[in-house]
Structures are given as structure tokens and as C-alpha cells.
Write a protein of this length. Structure first.
Length: 293
């Protein structure tokens, strides 16, 4: 059950990300927010790495760059920009396509054979996401802003590519791996901030400063460390299931904190997603069969 506990922690952190982004995205540029998250996350993991003795292999340098591009630079900007056109619930649904793209890339690029359980779990998970998101959106709202939908779909594709690359990382600890990735991302993003935006003219309040720090420490630093740990232990495909749980967390937080209504469709969607997680672990079904026999 350790892998499911880790998956839930990761999903909880990322599930609250869209809530915090919405609170600052109108006052902070997309690239500026992305750079701040990456930089704060890199500093956070650098501090943690001081207490570790493991060193990283130099064979990962090129992988770090591509992971930084696909996991941090591109999706951070795409999500921050996309959420200016669509709601956080729609953003959660579109980002939830990551497992589908991950499976497709594995099959097409690496000729990996997907098991029936994996296919069923991914299809069920996405069905649960659609049902979960349906009451608050409707067909017209989902298709209402093409640009926002395209940006977030591209972010999901980018995440899927980075997942596969992270699975290929060699040696080193998750802290060191993601520390290096976030520093590379920061180096790439910071010049872009001054080139395309006006970061010195940002006008935000004290609460927004705290939100940005939270996004950097937890939604970039800590969560990436845990994410890489899960990928190393269980593989990219299983780790991608966090994108199915993220909207569930978002709905639950909305219900508890914002007093949003919890419709029957929400409950059905959550149950289907939980069922999808069970299918991701065929050993559970084998145990049930043995007990019945």
C-alpha cells in the first residue's frame, strides 16, 4: 500500500495547485509565475540535498535538460496561460489526459505492450474524470475556449513525455534528480521573464506572495521529489495515475473549503476513478480470486 499512499500524497499536493494558481494568475505573468515556482523549488531541494550523501551520474545531463523542458518550462507556461481562458475544473480534466498520452507514447515509441488491466484502468480513469467534471461544465463550456483547451492539452502531452524520460534516469536520488531539473528550468525561464514580461512591475499583495512560495516549495520542489521517487519504484505509467486523482482532490477541496455542491455525478466519477486504481494493480484481483476459490 506504500505506492498508493505516495500516489495520494502527490495527488493531494497537485490537486490543490489549480486553486493557488487561480489566486495569482491574473496579477503575475505566466512565465514569471513559472520561473518563480521553478526557482523556489530548486532552492528547496538544494537545501534538502545538503543532507544527502548520494551523488548523481553525469550520464543524466541531457535527460535533465529535456525533462526540465517537458516537465517544467513548457507545461508551467502552458498551464498558467491556459487557466486564463478556462476554469480550474476544466484544466484539471484536460491535464488528466496524461496517462492516456503516456500509454500511447510507450506503445508507439518504445513498442511496450500494455496489459489488459492497464488499458482498462486508463479508460475507466478517464471516464471517471469526464463524469466527475461534467456537472459543472457541460459540453458548451468545455469547447467554449479552443485556445485554453489546446494549451492545456499540449501541457498534458508534455507531461507524458517527461514521465517517460524520468523513468530512464540512472543512479542518484530523487532529490538530486529534480533539484538539477528545476535549476536548469530556472536558468531557461529567468531570461524569458525579462524578455517577454515586466517582472519588476508586478504588483501583488502579501497573501499572493505566500501563495507563490507555497507553489514553489510544495507544487514544484517537494512534489517533484516524491513524484520521481514513485516513478523509480513503480514506473511512469503508474505515476501518471496521479493525474486522475488530482481532480478528485480538487472537487473535495472545493466542497470542504468553498462549499461547492457535491452532485451525484461527482460521487459516481470518484467511485469509477477508485475502481480504475484497483485495476492498475491486478494482484488485488488475483487475491480475491484465490479467496473465492
Amino acid at each position: 500500500m506504500k505506492k498508493y499512499s505516495l500516489l495520494l500524497i502527490i495527488s493531494f499536493i497537485w490537486g490543490s495547485q489549480f486553486f493557488f494558481v487561480e489566486l495569482v494568475t491574473n496579477d503575475v505573468g505566466s512565465i514569471s509565475l513559472s520561473a518563480l515556482k521553478a526557482l523556489i523549488g530548486a532552492i528547496c531541494l538544494s537545501v534538502i540535498s545538503l543532507f544527502q550523501s548520494k551523488k548523481n551520474s553525469t550520464t543524466n545531463t541531457k535527460k535533465y535538460f529535456w525533462i526540465a523542458l517537458f516537465e517544467v518550462v513548457l507545461p508551467f507556461i502552458l498551464i498558467a496561460q491556459g487557466q486564463k481562458y478556462v476554469s480550474s475544473s476544466i484544466a484539471s480534466m484536460l491535464i488528466a489526459m496524461v496517462p492516456i498520452f503516456t500509454l500511447v507514447f510507450f506503445v508507439l515509441l518504445f513498442k511496450k505492450k500494455a496489459s489488459k488491466f492497464e488499458i482498462v484502468s486508463i479508460v475507466l480513469g478517464f471516464l471517471g474524470i469526464v463524469i466527475l467534471s461534467w456537472p459543472t461544465q457541460g459540453i458548451m463550456n468545455v469547447s467554449g475556449n479552443i485556445l485554453g483547451n489546446v494549451l492545456l492539452t499540449l501541457a498534458a502531452i508534455s507531461f507524458a513525455l517527461s514521465l517517460i524520460l524520468m523513468e530512464k534516469l540512472e543512479d542518484g536520488s530523487p532529490v538530486v534528480h529534480m533539484r538539477n531539473v528545476l535549476w536548469i528550468a530556472s536558468i531557461v525561464l529567468l531570461p524569458m521573464v525579462f524578455l517577454f514580461e515586466k517582472p519588476l512591475q508586478i504588483d501583488i499583495n502579501h497573501s499572493q506572495v505566500i501563495y507563490i512560495i507555497i507553489l514553489g516549495i510544495f507544487h514544484a520542489g517537494i512534489v517533484y521529489m516524491l513524484y520521481n521517487l514513485l516513478i523509480q519504484e513503480e514506473g511512469a505509467l503508474f505515476a501518471s495515475f496521479s493525474n486522475y486523482i488530482n481532480p478528485v482532490i480538487g472537487v473535495i477541496l472545493g466542497y470542504i473549503i468553498l462549499k461547492d455542491p457535491l452532485f451525484l455525478q461527482h460521487k459516481i466519477g470518484i467511485l469509477i476513478i477508485l475502481l480504475a486504481l484497483l485495476f492498475s494493480n491486478p494482484d488485488i484481483f488475483r487475491k480475491w480470486v484465490r479467496k473465492d476459490n
